[in-house]
Write a protein that binds this ligand. Structure first.
Ligand SMILES: *Cc1c(COP(=O)(O)O)cnc(C)c1O
Length: 365
């Protein structure tokens, strides 16, 4: 039996709320979007949440709203989904990648200072796989160098750093793509405590219109709106977020417990406050084992290949060998099937197949 990498958890409430929006006639820019935004703001403890069409558009608008553009340098991690870095290119700024910590896969704060110069204006911080970045030193560095802090919290809704939720330290971006813990099918949000930033993001997502003015356009904006149909899915999903995160924590624990028997497998860190977007292990011989698992119907993926080695970044001059910790991790990581409703039996099946493969290393192809 095939085991998928991920499955969105969509229930009856989602169906009911979506049907209600469809019957209401107000499909976009309506009260359901506003309710979703308020619910998200309340959950995070942040003053403004602005629903947008995706996590990618959230990142784009966050940079624009903070006035980042041509001539500026933005520091970020090479070990992330490519959208974190692409947003920097959208605004014609230059990305600068800082290597990661080999255990957490998050940006290494001890390498940040040397990457900052007079052109550096912002830091896009990624809480990768749901594990919060080491915020204390990072906040200090941002304050010392007057950097704008943008959190790419797309994978970490509900995660905490010392009791404070991630996504509340700077201007933050969330994604509600179906592989995320909370989905709206497609969608995202920008969250901020700054009134002026919220106002700009609100205008930019809606063709540059300021609130209440329909035919006046203050900026060259975009259509990055989130519809009420999508927001309705999000309201139901967000209502279950803490339960979903708790269940995922237990599933991750059963994986790690079962994988203890195999010293060839490095299991992910179980640290206080983290959430579980995916379950990622490290292996020698990752490519062969990954292929064999896929052949056996167990879907798995090498999350993440280094962003700086993707074609558009190589064209900009980024080279192999420059970010060794990331490059080494990228060769070893493997995301296993992981979703809120994965069963104990499915986890057992993955572990059994994986265990069989790591214990027969001579079996090459
Ligand atoms: C999913 C994700 C995004 C992009 O979100 P979309 O909604 O797919 O545009 C950006 N950054 C990270 C870290 C993500 O995981």
């Amino acid at each position: 039996m095939r085991i998928p990498l991920g499955v969105p958890d969509i229930g009856k409430t989602e169906q009911k709320l979506v049907a209600k929006v469809l019957r209401s006639g107000q499909l976009t820019r309506g009260p359901v979007l506003q309710a979703f935004e308020e619910q998200l703001g309340g959950y995070l403890g942040v003053k403004h949440c602005i629903g947008v069409s995706s996590g990618t558009s959230a990142l784009h608008l966050a940079l624009l709203a903070h006035g980042i553009g041509e001539g500026d340098v933005v520091v970020t991690s090479p070990f992330t989904f490519i959208a974190s870095a692409n947003a920097i290119l959208y605004v014609r700024a230059r990305p600068r990648f800082v290597d990661i910590d080999p255990k957490t896969y998050n940006i290494d704060p001890s390498k940040l200072n040397e990457a900052i110069d007079s052109k550096t204006k912002a830091l896009i911080l990624v809480h990768v796989f749901g594990l919060p970045c080491d915020m204390r030193p990072i906040i200090e560095i941002c304050e010392d160098h007057h950097l704008t802090l943008i959190e790419d919290a797309c994978e970490a809704l509900g995660a905490r750093y010392e009791e404070r939720k991630v996504g509340t330290f700077g201007t933050s971006c969330f994604s509600f793509y179906p592989n995320k813990v909370v989905t709206t099918a497609e969608g995202g949000a920008v969250c901020t405590n700054e009134d002026e930033i919220a106002e700009r993001v609100d205008a930019l997502r809606n063709q540059g219109r300021k609130r209440g003015e329909w035919l006046e356009h203050a900026y060259v904006g975009y259509n990055y709106r989130l519809s009420d149909v999508h927001a309705a899915i999000g309201i139901s999903q967000l209502g279950r977020i803490d339960r979903a995160n708790a269940i995922r924590e237990r599933k991750a624990q059963s994986y790690s417990e079962a994988l203890k028997r195999f010293p060839q497998v490095t299991t992910p860190p179980h640290v206080k406050g983290r959430t579980w977007f995916v379950y990622v292990i490290e292996l020698n011989d990752r490519d062969r084992i990954g292929r064999r698992l896929v052949d056996a119907g167990i879907e798995c993926k090498p999350y993440f290949p280094p962003v700086h080695l993707q074609a558009p970044y190589r064209e900009l001059g980024f080279k192999e060998g420059t970010l060794p910790v990331c490059e080494n991790a990228s060769k070893r990581v493997l995301a296993l099937p992981f979703f809120t409703k994965i069963s104990g039996r499915q986890i057992g099946q993955v572990v059994a197949s994986l265990g069989g493969l790591v214990e027969r290393p001579i079996d090459t192809r």
